[in-house]
Design a protein around this ligand. Structure first.
Ligand code: ZN
Length: 156
């Protein structure tokens, strides 16, 4: 497992787990890698200091407040990362359990629901960044969600 600090074209930082450097390059090349915040596929590696040198001023986990009510607040960055990763996995499983997979018909199905041609329900599927932007422009709420690689394998 290779953990990389990544950054999208909008300057969002996030972490990606890959089998190898080649795996990362391949996913970027195929446009499979998206920013979990905005769906941007212009993802690149962040030039950052090695994580061991991050020390006490390490960046906080996304969403952690200054009061830091997270149980992992005093843990090392690795610990926080593992906790976030675990929450991400759990949340993704939750989403998958409560949504209908419409695969590549996602944009079409989202539009049909929006226009009333199909019953409103929670769906998930694949859409590229452009399609997501287009759906949003039409007033259809869409959340880009990056599926942890560990779960992707079990889905196929
Ligand atoms: Zn982004």
């Amino acid at each position: 497992m290779k953990v990389l600090d990544l950054k999208c074209g909008q300057d969002h930082s996030f972490e990606g787990w890959f089998a190898s450097e080649t795996d990362f390059q391949e996913q970027v090349h195929k446009g499979l890698l998206q920013c979990p915040l905005c769906g941007d596929t212009g993802v690149d590696k962040q030039l950052s200091a090695p994580r061991l040198n991050l020390g006490a001023k390490a960046p906080r986990a996304v969403g952690a407040s200054d009061e830091d009510s997270l149980p992992a607040a005093n843990a090392s960055l690795e610990g926080v990362t593992a906790a976030v990763q675990g929450a991400w996995l759990a949340l993704t499983r939750e989403i998958m359990a409560h949504t209908e997979d419409v695969g590549e018909r996602f944009p079409e199905e989202a539009r049909r629901m929006h226009s009333g041609a199909a019953q409103e329900r929670a769906i998930r599927g694949q859409a590229c960044a452009e399609e997501i932007a287009q759906l949003r422009a039409e007033g259809i709420p869409v959340i880009p969600w990056m599926v942890p690689p560990a779960l992707k394998e079990t889905l196929q």
